[in-house]
Design a protein around this ligand. Structure first.
Ligand code: ZN
Length: 559
């Protein structure tokens, strides 16, 4: 329908108004001409409505068959959502091109490629920037300290009859004679960069003529504990990505640290804290209460599951490739406390006192009630359940989770289940709920018989939520090993949070175990080592491995 010129009315509005005028004139004059006009108008209106009805009928989709009602009418119809998608279809990831030429053209259109190879030829600013960026390397950063590394023992014969090449004499071949290591120093006033240059000289054993560089020099770490602690604190506690971390290190400390180096920091830190992680597991398993939950995660290799175990003070995340709970039986074989969980059936097989999450149950009941608002039988179960639980929770609010004051509700609980067992319902939903409640009869009010057992699983769900935030940004990009490393650090981070300890301070303390950290005197500090080494037995990635030893002592070591 077109719009009426000169005003904002549509033609329909205008003709509707016109018909009122015709009707008024006919009433006044009773002239046949107005009557004719009105009849024609009504007939045309009916015909138009009929056309719209027929079109809608033909275009509509039958909800049962999912097909259009009348195919023969065949109007070209598309849903608004589909049209929106067509105009805004954007997919990430590599595209498969039909022609090799298209592939080549596409490769030349990448943002970074164009800035580095194409635009740089026409823009002076970009050219200058590229030169500046290329120069900003860590070997230009001002030194804070020089350290010389020597060895007094031959790695081959363990002898001590060692001589070293003259100072200043270079080691030829592939092994460099100086390396730089980077650290961050934390004081009460702020964070400072520290750059340590380590030098060494060629060593020769006079007993067996072995020429070597000291092992300490070979295994020297590039990034020390302070820097790694800061990076992992930001990555785990604040979910800062490696890319942004690299930018922050560049902007704030003038250090160039690549993503793969940050990835190595994560592996090294999780290696460092793995013993503390195992102790955490032992503490959780010896606790009187254990909360448990699990969630799905999409890795580069496919689907996996992250399980969380928490007490009131500790959190532990564990990766498993499947959702099967067989490992749980083995893991929890020495657990003698109360296990709080949701209604996932795997937990039923664990042999220990159990408390099911009543918030889960209540949400399920509520959904049933909303779906069946007139089911009286259903309400005859949920109503008394609500009253009973409310009374118990009022007691908890007054006295805490103590079995003494909760004892008075035992009779109410028994009566509730007795009356439930005696009934039989015609409503399917009510009967299903009745059976579910009776099935879990011994697992719904366990908390009234123990001290300190919560009636919901919020402790575990809160921890899972923390992992879920991280999961959002890493869908399909993470590998199993990387996730396992991350979960060790995440477990420590959230245990610190549950205990009210600073995660950063714990990392900087270099203590491996949270229990030891909490027990030590308040202002105790650890003597920092002058240099730090990659741990023995740690599988270093190729870029960080010591280069092949090819030392050519041109005119022999002299000293
Ligand atoms: Zn020797």
């Amino acid at each position: 329908m077109g719009a009426c010129l000169g005003c904002s009315w549509s033609e329909a509005d205008a003709s509707g108004l016109q018909s009122l005028v015709w009707r008024m004139r006919w009433e006044m004059t009773r002239d046949e001409i107005w009557r004719q006009k009105l009849t024609t108008y009504n007939l045309e209106d009916c015909a138009a409505l009929r056309r719209v009805t027929e079109f809608v009928y033909a275009a509509a989709i039958d909800p049962e068959t999912g097909l259009r009602s009348r195919v023969e009418a065949n109007p070209l119809v598309a849903s608004v959502q589909d049209l929106d998608k067509l105009s805004n279809e954007r997919k990430w990831g590599p595209v498969r091109f039909f022609h090799a030429a298209f592939d080549y053209i596409n490769a030349c259109a990448y943002f970074d490629y164009q800035r580095q190879r194409v635009f740089v030829r026409t823009s002076k600013t970009l050219k200058k920037n590229r030169r500046r960026l290329a120069q900003c390397r860590n070997d230009k950063v001002r030194l804070s300290q020089r350290v010389e590394i020597t060895s007094n023992q031959c790695p081959s014969c363990q002898g001590a009859n060692i001589i070293r090449s003259a100072k200043g004499k270079k080691v030829t071949g592939q092994a460099p004679s100086r390396k730089r290591a980077f650290d961050l120093l934390f004081t009460s006033a702020g964070i400072r960069r520290k750059v340590i240059e380590c030098r060494t000289r060629v060593h020769e054993c006079l007993s067996c003529q072995e020429i070597f560089l000291p092992e300490q020099y070979q295994r020297l770490a590039k990034h020390f504990h302070g820097l790694m602690s800061w990076a992992m604190f930001e990555h785990v506690a604040h979910r800062i990505s490696y890319g942004i971390l690299a930018e922050m290190l560049k902007e704030c400390f003038g250090l160039t640290v690549s993503r793969s180096e940050l990835h190595l920091c994560k592996s090294l830190m999780s290696w460092y804290y793995r013993t503390g992680f195992r102790r955490l597991l032992r503490r959780i398993l010896s606790s009187p209460v254990l909360h448990i939950d699990e969630t799905e995660v999409n890795l580069r290799t496919g689907k996996g599951y992250v399980w969380v175990f928490t007490t009131l003070e500790e959190v532990m995340f564990l990766y498993r490739p499947t959702r099967e709970g067989d490992f749980l039986k083995k893991l929890l074989k020495d657990f003698h406390g109360v296990m709080v969980s949701d209604f996932y059936t795997t937990y039923d097989a664990i042999d220990c006192p159990q408390q099911k999450c009543l918030i889960h149950l209540m949400r399920d009941m509520n959904q049933d009630l909303l779906n069946n608002p007139f089911d009286q039988e259903l309400q005859s179960i949920t109503g008394p359940f609500g009253v009973l639980l409310r009374q118990i929770i009022t007691t908890i609010d007054q006295h805490g989770l103590k079995r003494g004051p909760l004892k008075k509700h035992h009779r109410g609980v028994t009566q509730f289940f007795q009356s439930l067992a005696a009934q039989l319902f015609h409503s399917e939903v009510a009967e299903a709920l009745r059976q579910r409640l009776l099935k879990y009869r011994d697992k719904l009010f366990t908390f009234t018989k123990y001290d300190g057992v919560p009636w919901n699983n919020n402790n575990a769900e809160n921890a899972i939520k923390r992992f879920a935030y991280y999961r959002e940004n890493t869908v399909g990009v993470m590998k199993e090993a990387g996730l396992k490393d991350y979960l060790i650090l995440l477990s420590i981070c959230h245990t610190c949070r549950y205990r009210g300890i600073s995660f950063l301070k714990f990392l900087l303390s270099r203590e491996r175990d949270l229990g030891t950290f909490c027990d030590r005197p308040r202002h105790a500090t650890m003597q920092l080592p002058m240099i730090e080494l990659y741990p023995k037995g740690f599988p270093l990635p190729r870029f960080a491995r010591p280069r092949a030893k090819k030392i050519v002592g041109s005119d022999g070591p002299a000293e």
